[in-house]
Design a binder for this molecule. Structure first.
Ligand SMILES: [Zn+2]
Length: 567
């Protein structure tokens, strides 16, 4: 999973850990599977040596499996021989140390190898973009700024005019003469003195369906911590539609910098625009020149079945022909204009409208988080080829489907013409993934992250930018997949839910704490769960300092003897 909680989960449901009751009956035998998650080590000599050293620790401290992440296993058909050799070396070392190697891959929520293979595999939303013909090109036309008082020049004793709120005027937010343009900006400080460390400014704006918008502002920081708390967010009707995590572009101390996020509106009428910090602790920052305007970006236009494209004149009743009146449009990360070939019937100065399908995304520190379309048949052919080749290289017995945090989908014609819920589309996708492995070898066991199948987590309506409802998704997957629960906050609820539905379960524990409180609590939860198979040391920060202690803890016969007095 992407190791980042949605901000509303933090702000609105920050209720701490569930109370863990001491189990009626103590757990007597170690869990069958005791694994660690190899994260952040890639296909190179130095990282392979590091993985081998972790395998040594695991083998010497009672662990028996390693999920190999970060290796790009679902793009193996594009690897060179050196990469294949490195994977074989890791697999051979696992075998020698009697550590099972479990591959992970086939992410829909983060695109994975399939997106690298073909960007057109992305989920897409219908949009119309205004264009103008100028000097042999079609150029996108930008709309006016929809944010009122975006330059923050108008304020009163109550704060900045036109905004719904800014946090704690006079205590956390202030009018400041340090401006990016004009005379004033908003300054935030002292937020660490208050619960949740909130320092934000918000305005609601009216939006049209099927339009692309750009949300941007200028930002300046001074000794700000934690910088990872800075975000820009588009929110409406109980859902976080999209967001951008501003770091690492902005440093703790930084001069005025432009922050920008594209938002594709499917059918909302009004959205709330947030900019600021969540869980802020120390330092200051300033925001100025807030803008939200229609922007006809031509980047990331998806071209596949289910994503048709049409260019028409807004000045006369004409539809233009791709390849004849305008150059063919490809799905490119960056496309600034469309060229007009000789003989085009588009007139100089003509106003046009392009109807097409564009990729929505969530902005991450590492780039754009892009979901795949689960209704594209080509995706399954791609995955099948990867699974087969991977099996030729390493004879894996289990595979962990990286099917978490699917934040977009359901908007293209291929999805909508199926006339089934997103829960069924997701269930069908997982079933097809499962079938790929069972066809290779019926003995391969399939595992999956829990969140998209968990009603207490992400299996619900209004999930981020998804068009459709994930409620009930758990009913549409094979009942012998093992569910790897990963949210510590709801661990008891999740484990008992999936167990009650007849699934085997697993606990993805740890998450980079400074001690083993988290895995100890997972062990108690797992001990109360029928058919709980295992526990995993799951780091998202390459933090393996506690792996020795973890191995000893989970391979002990009776956790009570190890003392869980803190539970
Ligand atoms: Zn689709």
């Amino acid at each position: 999973m992407c190791a980042a909680l949605c901000f509303f989960a933090i702000v609105l449901t920050c209720q701490g850990q569930e109370t863990v009751q001491a189990p009626q009956k103590q757990y007597k035998e170690p869990l069958k599977d005791r694994w660690f998650f190899s994260y952040g080590y890639k296909r190179n000599r130095k990282d392979v040596e590091k993985i081998k050293s972790l395998i040594d620790i695991a083998a010497e401290h009672g662990l028996n499996g390693m999920v190999l992440s970060s290796f790009g296993l679902d793009s193996i058909t594009r690897w060179n021989e050196k990469d294949i050799a490195l994977l074989k070396e890791v697999a051979a070392y696992c075998e020698k140390r009697q550590i099972e190697l479990i591959p992970i891959g086939f992410s829909v929520g983060c695109g994975g190898g399939a997106l690298g293979h073909d960007r057109n595999f992305a989920a897409a939303l219908p949009v119309s973009i205004s264009l103008k013909a100028e000097a042999g090109k079609l150029i996108p036309v930008s709309g006016e700024n929809l944010v009122k008082n975006g330059d923050l020049e108008q304020s009163s004793v109550n704060g900045f005019k036109e905004y719904e709120f800014h946090d704690r005027p006079g205590k956390v937010s202030f009018v400041d003469r340090m401006s990016s343009s004009g005379n004033y900006s908003i300054r935030f400080e002292n937020f660490g003195n208050f619960q949740h460390g909130l320092a934000r400014i918000m305005q609601k704006v009216a939006v049209k369906p099927g339009r692309v918008y750009r949300f941007s502002f200028m930002l300046k920081t001074k000794n700000l911590q934690p910088i990872s708390g800075l975000k820009a967010i588009v929110y409406a009707n109980g859902r976080l539609l999209t967001s951008i995590y501003i770091y690492p572009k902005v440093k703790p101390t930084q001069e005025w910098t432009n922050v920008s996020l594209e938002y594709i509106n499917f059918d909302e009428k009004e959205v709330s625009l947030y900019a600021g910090i969540w869980k802020g602790e120390t330092g200051k920052f300033w925001i100025d020149d807030i803008k939200f305007s229609e922007e006809g970006s031509l980047s990331d236009i998806v071209r596949r079945e289910g994503t048709p494209l049409k260019l028409r004149s807004r000045d006369r009743d004409v539809v233009f022909v791709e390849g004849k009146d305008f150059d063919s449009i490809k799905c490119l990360k960056e496309l600034r204009h469309i060229s007009l070939p000789l003989g085009s019937s588009i007139r100089e100065g003509e106003n046009l409208e392009l109807s097409c399908y564009k990729i929505p995304y969530v902005g991450r520190s590492w780039g754009k988080q892009i979901s795949l379309c689960m209704s594209n048949p080509g995706l399954y052919d791609y995955w099948e080829a990867q699974a087969k080749m991977l099996y030729q290289v390493i004879k894996y017995k289990r595979f962990l489907l990286s099917m978490d945090e699917i934040r977009n989908g359901g908007g293209c014609i291929s999805c909508r013409k199926r006339s089934i819920s997103m829960a069924r589309i997701l269930g069908d996708c997982i079933t097809r993934q499962y079938t790929i492995f069972k066809t290779i070898d019926p003995k391969i066991e399939v595992m999956i992250w829990s969140d998209m199948l968990d009603p207490a987590h992400n299996a619900h309506n209004k999930y981020h930018g998804v068009v459709g409802d994930f409620t009930g998704s758990w009913k549409y997957v094979p009942n012998d997949v093992t569910i790897v629960c990963w949210s510590h906050r709801i661990s008891n609820r999740s484990l008992s839910f999936f167990s009650g539905e007849g699934f085997h379960t697993f606990g993805a524990a740890y998450y980079d704490g400074d001690d083993l409180t988290n895995p100890k609590e997972w062990l108690v939860s797992l001990s109360k769960t029928p058919n709980a198979d295992g526990i995993m040391y799951t780091s998202w920060k390459k933090k393996y300092r506690l792996l020795v202690e973890f191995g000893d803890l989970v391979s002990e016969n009776d956790i009570k003897e190890k003392g869980e007095s803190g539970l």
